[in-house]
Every structure is written in C-alpha cells, then in structure tokens.
Design a protein around this ligand. Structure first.
Ligand code: EPU
Length: 296
C-alpha cells in the first residue's frame, strides 16, 4: 500500500494555532496516484475525513476528535513544466510548503506569487482557500489544478471549470463531488529578474510584519472581512485588540488574529470568538463570518 496510516495524531502538533486534541488517524499520500486508495482506507478508519496541509487556518477542538486526517504529499519539488517566451508554468505538489514554492520562484526570477509572501501554509491549502493578500489571489495565477474527489476521481480542473472568490475555491461548481482534495497545482508565472522578485517579496513581508503577528502561534485572520470593511478594525473598535482569556488572546498588533500564548485551549478561543461576534453585532449590526475552519 502506498498510503501510510498513523494512529492518533495530535492536532495541537499539526496546526499553527497549536490547539486541538487527538484525531483517529492520519493518512499520508506520497504521490497523486495514491488517492485512488483513499476510499477503502478511510472506510476502515471511520469518522469524518479532513484534509490537512500545514494546519494554518484551522481551529481544532480539545479532546477526542472523530476525524481522519488526509495529508497530500510534497515531492517532487517545484519545477517548470512548460516554457514560453515570457512565461513559465510551474508545478508544485499540494503538500509543498508555500515558502518553498516562493523560494523557487524567487531564485528563478518568476513573478506572480509575491503577494503570498508571509502566508504560512501548503500549496494545496492556498489553492483550496484561494489564499491571498495585497490584491494577489492564488486562483488568479492558477493555470490548472489536479484534484481527487470521491465522485469524479482524479481530474485536472482548469480556469472556467472551477469557481473562486474571496477566500473561496469551488472546483466542481453546482455538483456534489463528495470529499475532494487538491493534489497538485500549476501556476502561470511571468519571467522576470530574480532580484526584482526578491525585492517585491521583501516589501510584502515588511508590510505584513509591521501589521500582523507573523511570529506568534496564530491561524491567520479569524474572521472574513465583511464587504467594504475590515474585521480587524471592527474588533479593535469594540476593544478586542489584546483581549485575553486564559492562554488565548486577540493579538495586540492586529485584532483579527487569535494568538496561543502557550498551553491555550480551544474552549478559550471559542469563547473569545463568541464574545467578539456578539460585541460587533451589537455595536455595528454586522455578523462576522469565520475565516478559520472549526474542526471537527
Ligand atoms: N485595523 C485596525 N485595528 C486592527 C487591525 C486593523 O484599525 O487591530 C485597520 C488597519 O489600520 C487598516 C484596516 O483595519 O486600516 C485593514 O487592516 P489590514 O491592512 O491589516 O488588512 P485586513 O483587512 O485586516 C486583510 C486580510 C489579510 C491580508 C491583508 C493584506 C482578511 C480577513 N484579511 O486583512 O489576510 O493579509 O488584508 O492583504 O481578508 C488572512 O486571510 O488570514 C489574512 C491575514
């Protein structure tokens, strides 16, 4: 069997927020073709399958969790699969650390991914969430993506076949594909000077570092921004910047980030979220929608 199965992984060790109890098992894929074995293996484990990259957008509950984690592979390394005069197409496997892909693009002088600098996560996670910042969105540079789904099996999806929006990616619009996961992605990038790409990445990182707690244990922004507004500004205005409960707290730097200050509990995070939502609803009449995913 090409899939490996590890029993009882701790979500606290697999998420950047460092929260969460014990899942049933973790199923790791080495390569895309291994996905064909997933249904049989998952049926044997039971629980709900949950696809995990670097765990940078997940708030996992404490205690025993009825989840079967599925982790796509990261090899081979990012590489060019098509050369054109002004552009290249770069392929990366879903489990690849986004920083590794950005490092490759920087070293080779390929432009288009600079806005993703400073986002922790995997390539698959960035596609599945349509991660972005400063006007750059993953889906916009996506040339095509290889997915596995229960209903449609292995299939490449092209722009025009998938739908995307703000922190949203739907590979099978209008269809119920069952469990699906990104296995690989190809990005159309512009050839440029390595130094110019490096400079732009440095600028994005500096801007983010000044305004977001990049060194703390967080899951990125907790809430989506309501149309035309910033959730961080609303939470700040309601007094939540720096607000703590036990070992969890909203960042003193940016109110839309929850930080685990060490030994934090999911219950504390959920209580802070409930308080913040209630305050924003009361003061601004707006219902904040979660950006982080609650597990299970
Ligand atoms: N602001 C405050 N107080 C705060 C935080 C922000 O007043 O505590 C104000 C800022 O001063 C600024 C405005 O709110 O005037 C917007 O803040 P910022 O520029 O930091 O952007 P954001 O809307 O909070 C969004 C994304 C980030 C992304 C940045 C940069 C969401 C929920 N957040 O943040 O994405 O990095 O723009 O493009 O869409 C993420 O998705 O996890 C994430 C971090």
């Amino acid at each position: 069997m090409a899939l490996s199965v590890l029993p009882g992984p701790l979500l606290a060790q697999r998420t950047t927020l460092r929260l969460g109890g014990k899942a049933l098992a973790e199923v790791a894929l080495r390569q895309a073709d291994d996905a064909a074995e997933l249904p049989g293996v998952l049926a044997g484990i039971g629980g709900r399958p949950a696809v995990l990259g670097q765990g940078s957008n997940i708030l996992a509950a404490d205690g025993e969790l009825p989840l079967a984690l599925v982790r796509p592979g990261e090899e081979p390394a990012p590489r060019v699969v098509r050369w054109e005069p002004a552009e290249v197409v770069v392929r990366a496997e879903a489990g690849t650390d986004l920083r590794r892909l950005l490092g490759f693009a920087r070293g080779q002088g390929y432009s288009g991914l600079e806005g993703l600098t400073g986002i922790p996560g995997s390539v698959g996670g960035a596609v599945a969430m349509n991660a972005g910042s400063y006007g750059c969105e993953t889906a916009r540079v996506l040339s095509r993506t290889l997915l596995y789904s229960e209903r449609f099996g292995l299939a490449w999806r092209l722009p025009g076949q998938f739908a995307s929006g703000y922190r949203r990616f739907d590979p099978y619009p209008g269809a119920d594909a069952g469990l699906w996961l990104v296995l690989a992605a190809e990005f159309r990038l512009r050839r440029d000077e390595s130094g110019a790409v490096r400079q732009r990445m440095k600028e994005v990182f500096a801007r983010k570092f000044a305004t977001q707690p990049l060194k703390a244990h967080t899951a990125g922004c907790v809430f989506k921004n309501p149309a035309g507004e910033s959730a961080g500004r609303l939470l700040d205005a309601c007094g939540f910047r720096g607000r703590r409960l036990g070992n969890m707290g909203f960042s003193p730097l940016h109110a839309n980030f929850l930080e685990n200050l060490g030994q934090g509990a999911a219950a504390e995070a959920l209580e802070l979220i409930a308080q913040a939502r209630a305050a924003v609803r009361e003061r601004f009449g707006l219902d904040l929608e979660l950006e982080v995913k609650l597990w299970p």
